[in-house]
Design a protein around this ligand. Structure first.
Ligand SMILES: Nc1ncnc2c1ncn2[C@@H]1O[C@H](COP(=O)(O)OP(=O)(O)OP(=O)(O)O)[C@@H](O)[C@H]1O
Length: 400
């Protein structure tokens, strides 16, 4: 183990301590009921689907796109809205199932994605031996026969389109109502979430037109808004006496800086680690010093959640890049340097040789690595020394 002073993985368990009331409320997987400053967007989305629960068979398949930078509540807003829409269906004595897919996590091809969809919506149906198109037909038939409805949420669609040739997914999902045109389509909505609209350039005109050109844009929060959000999250996670508004305002200020670019996920990480540090020092209260110390050590351009999403090969490739950059003391290194460190690391960890180039490409698509050319590979963000223990912890701790 390393001397990294606080666990890099957010604890899921309820924990009693002088600092925390329930630290799992800071976990990236927790979707709070209250989303300050996203109420207008929630209402807008609910409005779009407001007639769906009233007369679902006449409600058309509705496509929604949501676009905005990382960590500004896109996913949470959609998930919260879908819960409310589900409740409206329940009130009409109907069933709406939400299938959420994070394409960065799920990755892969059309086939794997549709199989996952089928598992979520129609778990009784076996997916084995079916073609991608058959899976969608089965899914639609299953919903019809069981008088159920579905909402599909495809998160990080831009990542998928950038890394995979299966752009057909957009075409398929936006035309689910044309599979059997004489029958109602019980998938009532498909929501695509993306960081930007750059992926449009990889779509053909037919895909673009079914997707619709007008995304719902989410703008980053202001400092004051981040403060409100953190106050609400901290209120659930910390003991009231353990944290003050000075700390919340400091974290909000850091979060709104260009370096972090409003990513609330990073703010929650900062609060968690600062709390852990205060706990380990037995101070009974989180101080500005704890925040400063942690901010100096955690890497703003890579959050806990992003590290958790990486496979061991990704981690080793990233670690090799960090080591190469450190040893060369330059902002960019060459691919061959990274290769060298990666094979050394893999050998030491008893792993098979890694195709570093593929993993670096993927890390680039995840916006963690900056590849200008094969001779100029660097990291997004500045200081790296701190990244190494966090990555090593994960490599040794959890395998994916
Ligand atoms: N208004 C808010 N109130 C409370 N928590 C929030 C709010 N906005 C964001 N968060 C929290 O910040 C974290 C990141 O939010 P979320 O995953 O929804 O962002 P995103 O825009 O979808 O990011 P990405 O593009 O990286 O997926 C989550 O833990 C979420 O709960």
């Amino acid at each position: 183990m390393t001397d990294y002073p606080y666990p890099i993985i957010a604890g899921e368990e309820m924990s009693e301590s002088a600092i925390f009331h329930d630290r799992s409320k800071l976990s990236p997987r927790y979707v709070p009921e209250e989303l300050p400053h996203r109420q207008a967007q929630i209402e807008q989305i609910i409005h779009v689907f407001s007639d769906a629960a009233k007369d679902p068979d006449r409600f058309p398949l509705t496509i929604l796109q949501v676009v905005g930078v990382a960590g500004i509540g896109k996913t949470s807003t959609i998930l919260r809205s879908s819960k409310i829409i589900e409740e409206q269906f329940v009130k009409s004595r109907l069933v709406l199932k939400t299938a959420y897919i994070n394409l960065k996590l799920q990755g892969g091809n059309k086939y794997a994605i549709y199989r996952f969809l089928l598992e979520r919506i129609a778990p009784e149906l076996p997916a084995q031996g079916l073609s991608a198109e058959e899976m969608l037909r089965y899914l639609l038939r299953y919903l019809r026969e069981n008088k159920q409805y579905a909402l599909i949420i495809m998160d990080e669609i831009d990542y998928l389109i950038k890394t995979s040739k299966d752009t057909g997914i957009i075409y398929d999902l936006t035309r689910l109502n044309e599979f059997e045109p004489d029958k109602p389509c019980n998938v009532k909505g498909v929501v695509f979430i993306a960081r930007s609209t750059e992926f449009y350039s990889r779509l053909d005109p037919a895909e673009l037109s079914t997707l619709g050109r007008v995304p719902m844009e989410f703008h980053p929060y202001s400092i004051e808004q981040v403060s409100d959000i953190l106050e609400s999250r901290a209120g659930q996670a910390f003991n009231p006496k353990a944290i003050g508004s000075d700390v919340i305002d400091k974290v909000a200020e850091i979060t709104a800086s260009p370096e972090v670019n409003g990513d609330v996920r990073y703010a929650l990480d900062l609060l968690l680690y600062a709390g852990n540090l205060a706990e380990s020092q037995g101070t009974g209260r989180v101080t500005l010093d704890h925040v400063r110390k942690v901010h100096g050590q955690v890497h703003p351009s890579i959050t806990t959640e992003e590290i958790e999403q990486l496979s061991k090969n990704h981690l080793v490739s990233l670690m090799a890049l960090v080591r190469a950059l450190k040893s060369k003391k330059k902002p960019y290194v060459e691919l061959k340097d990274v290769r060298l460190y990666a094979s050394e690391l893999a050998e030491r960890l008893g792993m098979k040789k890694i195709d570093v180039e593929d993993y670096l490409d993927d890390l680039k698509a995840r916006r963690l690595v900056d590849i200008r050319s094969l001779k100029e590979i660097g990291l997004h963000g500045a200081s790296l020394a701190e990244l190494e223990p966090a990555l090593m912890n994960r490599i040794k701790g959890g395998e994916k």
